[in-house]
Design a protein around this ligand. Structure first.
Ligand SMILES: N[C@@H](CCC(=O)N[C@@H](CS)C(=O)NCC(=O)O)C(=O)O
Length: 228
C-alpha cells in the first residue's frame, strides 16, 4: 500500500505543486494510495524519509522523497503505464521539470503570495512569514502581491510561450495523451487554483484549454479539489 504525504493549508486545501505532480502520477498509474495531510510545521511526519519537503511517498516500507524521484520510482516499480516512456521522453520531462520550477513557479509565486499567506494554517503562519519573508525581503505579502501583479501577470503569460506553441500543435505537452510533462505543469497550476482567485490565463489561450483538459482527467480529480 502506498502512502502520500501531502501539504495541507487551512480548510484542507492542498496547494503543493510538487505534491500534485505525484497525485497526477499515481492517478495515471491507477494506483490506490492513502493521502496523509501535513502542515509546514509537522516535518516529523516525514522524518522517516529524511526529508524536509513534500511530496514523500512510502510504498510498503520504502520511502521515496522528491516529486521527480517519485515519478522515476513509480515507472521502475509499476511499468504498466509509463510516465516517462522513453529516454527522450525522460529527457524532455526533465527539461519541463526544470523550466516549470525555475520559470513558471517563480513567476507565479509573487502574484499569489498574499492570497497564499491568508490561507496557510494559523499554526504555520509564523513559519511562512519568516521563511518567505526572508526570501522576499518583506512580510507585507499583500502589498508585495499587489505590486507584483502590475507587471508580473503580463510577464508570466509571456513566459508560457514555449508551452503555448506546443499546445497549439498538440492536445497535451506529451502529445496525443497526457504523461508526466503535463503533470508537472498541471501540478504547478493547481497551486494558484487552490489558494488564489486570480485568473492567470486568458480564455483564448491554448494553455487555458489544455489546463481545462488536465482538470477533467481521472474523473475530474483536480477539478474536484478544493479551490480558492
Ligand atoms: N524538489 C522538490 C521540492 C519540494 C518542495 O519544495 N515542497 C514544498 C511544498 S510545495 C515543501 O515541502 N516545502 C516545505 C517548506 O517550505 O518548509 C520536489 O520536487 O519534490
Amino acid at each position: 500500500m502506498i502512502t502520500l504525504y501531502d501539504l495541507a493549508f487551512e480548510d484542507d486545501r492542498r496547494p503543493s505543486p510538487f505534491c500534485w505532480r505525484a497525485k497526477f502520477a499515481l492517478a495515471h498509474k491507477g494506483l490506490d494510495y492513502t493521502n496523509v495531510p501535513m502542515g509546514f510545521t509537522e516535518k516529523e511526519k516525514i522524518a522517516f524519509a529524511d526529508s524536509k519537503t513534500v511530496p514523500v511517498i512510502k510504498d510498503g516500507e520504502k520511502p521515496v522523497k522528491d516529486s521527480w524521484a517519485i515519478a522515476v520510482y513509480l515507472d521502475d516499480m509499476y511499468p504498466e503505464k509509463l510516465l516517462l516512456k522513453s529516454e527522450m521522453g525522460r529527457s524532455y520531462a526533465r527539461f519541463i521539470n526544470g523550466w516549470t520550477d525555475t520559470v513558471v513557479n517563480a513567476g507565479i509565486f509573487p502574484l499569489i503570495i498574499g492570497d497564499l499567506y491568508d490561507r496557510v494554517r494559523p499554526e504555520d503562519k509564523d513559519y511562512i512569514a519568516q521563511s518567505r519573508g526572508a526570501r522576499l525581503g518583506t512580510t507585507d505579502f499583500a502589498s508585495y502581491q499587489t505590486q507584483a501583479r502590475e507587471k508580473g501577470l503580463t510577464a508570466f503569460r509571456a513566459a508560457l510561450e514555449p508551452a503555448r506553441r506546443a499546445l497549439r500543435e498538440q492536445k497535451f505537452l506529451s502529445g496525443a495523451e497526457a504523461a508526466y510533462p503535463d503533470y508537472i505543469l498541471a501540478g504547478t497550476f493547481m497551486w494558484p487554483r487552490t489558494v488564489s482567485p486570480l485568473e492567470l490565463l486568458e480564455k483564448d489561450d491554448p494553455v487555458y484549454s489544455w489546463r481545462e483538459r488536465m482538470l477533467d482527467l481521472f474523473d475530474g480529480m483536480a477539478r474536484k479539489a478544493k479551490g480558492a
